[in-house]
Design a protein around this ligand. Structure first.
Ligand code: ACO
Length: 426
């Protein structure tokens, strides 16, 4: 009779006991790390829907109940009460900062926002039409070469310096990518501005006239960045951990996270949602017909569905509310918001979506807020990257303290068995 914390697996004439491990929120997992050595079996789980790749203290999600917590704190509390830099501190160091700790951390990040002057030349070689995600990822990987002495030093002090550099310089790289795409001069960071204000200023100010950050826009950006800050072992974060497990430095690891996020099934969905809504509007497709196409599985309803959330995505409700608030404040009447709300209503009352437990995710409304903030569509995922940065950094750092074991899944080979070599004639 197996004990409560054990599972029994029987295969052919072998029977093995596997330990069952439990997390602090009651999640349970069968630990199969001895499976292959004891039975010759491996597990097969395409898409990793049933695979826990790590233990982690950082983020908890209950997809059935629609719960998201960073270090134990509910996402709604954090997004209503904190600055992004405070949440960054929480994710990376595990506790909310005191006033002094926050002031010191903010000052340090602020003092590292400039990027090496030589780096500007890097932007010259790219076509103006280059997607800013390509520039950001390449820029991030290239950043390590400017800090060669310390980038691959994994002692605590060196990792702390690299952490600060990543947090400080990514918004500058991102804003430069945007300025390059519209042919405007790069705007240097300004130390009297906070993290969000500084990013907005680098994006939108020009030397020819004063630019004032609209407080409501700053507030919305702060909220969006917090909502995106971590999401446990998602595709891009798993990529960061995977690459980091080879011993790659933090800049290289995060560059690959940026590239994974770019995909339309992941962070690129925010761009895809806005393009979808725009095409519905332009082509005057009826929403009923559009939803029918989705149900025939000819297209996907972008911004809907989630691997983990099988109930509502808690981030979506917060973003929807923030979206209404910002558009009202800016007196923006965006027909795309009406289309999105109507689509959501139709989908949430249709058995196709109900049966498959498909709800709007974080990306369904975020693009409409970005649009109201004058952020161009191809920068949406870049902003998501800035938001996700503390999560990637926290997860990379946690992975290193857990003792590096190179991530190396196995496979079931399905190709040709051994055959004789014969040159192909003709
Ligand atoms: N539109 C229409 N049908 C969908 C959608 C959708 N957005 N999402 C899932 N489905 C259907 C699938 O076709 C499948 O149907 P079937 O059982 O008849 O074959 C069923 O629902 C289950 O979906 P899966 O693809 O198995 O779910 P999975 O967990 O693998 O995928 C994903 C999750 C990638 C997010 C998916 O829902 C999707 O592609 N959504 C649209 C893209 C998107 O919004 N991505 C952002 C996610 S949030 C983030 O990463 C930041």
């Amino acid at each position: 009779m197996p004990r409560k914390n054990e599972a029994t697996l029987t295969y052919q004439d072998k029977k093995i006991i596997l330990p069952v491990e439990q997390g602090t929120e009651g999640e349970t997992a069968v630990n199969i790390s001895q499976l292959r050595s004891k039975t010759g079996l491996i597990t097969l789980d395409p898409g990793y829907g049933n695979t826990g790749s790590t233990k982690s203290d950082i983020t908890f999600i209950d997809g059935e109940k629609g719960i998201l917590r960073y270090r134990g704190y509910d996402i709604a509390d954090l997004s209503n009460n904190c600055s992004f830099i405070e949440v960054t501190y929480l994710l990376i160091f595990g506790e909310l900062p005191s006033a002094e700790e926050l002031a010191a951390f903010t000052t340090t990040v602020t003092r590292h926002t400039m990027i090496n002057e030589d780096y500007k030349k890097y932007y010259d070689v790219w076509p103006r039409t280059a997607h800013p995600m390509a520039l950001l990822a390449a820029g991030m990987a290239g950043m390590s070469s400017f800090y060669d002495d310390i980038a691959s030093d994994f002692k605590e002090h060196a990792v702390d310096i690299s952490t600060i550099r990543c947090l400080a310089k990514v918004p500058t790289l991102a804003a430069y990518a945007y300025k390059k795409s519209i042919g405007q001069p790069f705007v240097y960071p300004r130390n009297e501005l906070n993290y969000c204000q500084n990013f907005l200023n680098m994006m939108f100010s020009v030397p020819a006239e004063e630019y004032e950050v609209i407080p409501e826009v700053e507030e919305a950006l702060n909220k969006l960045l917090i909502l995106h800050a971590d999401h446990e072992q998602n595709c891009s974060t798993s990529t960061v951990r995977m690459v980091g497990s080879s011993g790659a430095n933090i800049y290289a690891s995060i560059a690959t996270g940026i590239l994974a996020l770019w995909g339309p099934l992941h962070g690129g969905a925010n761009q895809a949602v806005l393009e979808m809504l725009t095409s519905i509007q332009k082509e005057k497709i009826s929403l009923k017909e559009f939803v029918n196409r989705v149900k025939r599985q000819e297209i996907k309803l972008m911004g809907f569905g989630h691997r983990v959330y099988r109930n509502h995505d808690p981030r979506c409700a917060i973003i929807k509310k923030a979206c209404d608030k910002l558009l009202l404040k800016l007196k923006v009447k965006d027909p795309l918001l009406d289309i999105a709300k109507e689509l959501e209503h139709i989908a949430l009352n249709d058995s196709y979506f109900i049966d498959r437990k498909l709800y709007p995710n974080v990306d369904f409304y975020s693009g409409i807020i970005y649009k109201a903030m004058n952020i161009p569509t191809n920068m949406f995922t870049v902003i998501f990257s800035i938001g996700r940065l503390p999560g990637w950094i926290a997860q990379w750092r946690e992975m290193r303290t857990q003792g590096i074991k190179i991530n190396r899944p196995r496979q079931i080979y399905t190709g040709s068995t051994k055959r004789e070599f014969k040159r192909v004639k003709g």
